[in-house]
Design a protein around this ligand. Structure first.
Ligand SMILES: [Zn+2]
Length: 213
């Protein structure tokens, strides 16, 4: 279904008129926006018709005239404002807008995912710092204790930037460190899974694949 069919099927002229601030009374009459109309002389239903100035058409004509758009522009505006999906094969103009939105959305999702992972990781580091603290001076340091000491400041920095940085800074973090954070995420889920399975409470948590520094 193309954008014209999709819009005409789903939105009446009356719904569009109301959406864009034209008051339609109980009888389906409205003051005509296309001429100086003091008493409602426009009938608005599936289509619209003005008995004063003879303006007439369907929902797309109405919006095209209201906003000075061509028919395609009006149809795309309606589809977007009413959340109507359509098949835009062969129609170039809606595409760039959609693509831009989906890229912004992707970035936003990546930000949220990285925040979640980094915050989980930070909690783990906090835990490891106390859980694996060496008990005797001569004892060899547990790798997770070492990792906690090495990584916590860095993790907090990434997290702070993602939470409070500018849009550019956030995008920069995703670009520079996104993959690395995803790897941390995979490792954390692996740890959580083996933890849940109850195997290797302490020794089994030895980092797998983290010594690629
Ligand atoms: Zn009129």
């Amino acid at each position: 279904m193309n954008v014209f069919e999709a819009v005409k099927e789903n939105v009446t002229a009356r719904q569009a008129a109301e959406m864009y601030g034209i008051r339609v009374n109980r009888n389906g009459m409205a003051c005509c926006p296309f001429h100086d109309d003091r008493h409602p002389s426009m009938k608005v239903d599936k289509r619209f018709h003005c008995f004063g100035c003879q303006a007439d058409g369907d929902v797309i004509d109405l919006v095209a005239r209201l906003y000075g758009l061509n028919n395609l522009g009006a149809a795309v505006k309606l589809a977007s404002d009413f959340g109507i999906s359509y098949d835009n094969k062969g129609r170039a103009s809606p595409r760039p807008v959609k693509k831009k939105i989906s890229e912004e959305l992707k970035l936003k999702q990546a930000e949220l995912q990285c925040c979640r992972i980094l915050s989980d990781y930070n909690h783990l580091l906090e835990k490891w710092k106390t859980e694996y603290v060496p008990e005797t001076p001569g004892e060899e340091w547990h790798p997770l204790f070492v990792e906690a000491l090495q990584k916590q400041t860095y993790t907090e920095y990434l997290l702070d930037t993602l939470l409070g940085g500018t849009a550019e800074e956030k995008a920069g973090i995703i670009k520079e460190h996104g993959k690395e954070v995803m790897r941390i995420g995979e490792r954390i889920s692996g740890l959580a899974a083996s933890h849940k399975a109850g195997c290797h409470e302490r020794s089994g948590l030895a980092p797998t694949g983290t010594d690629g520094r």
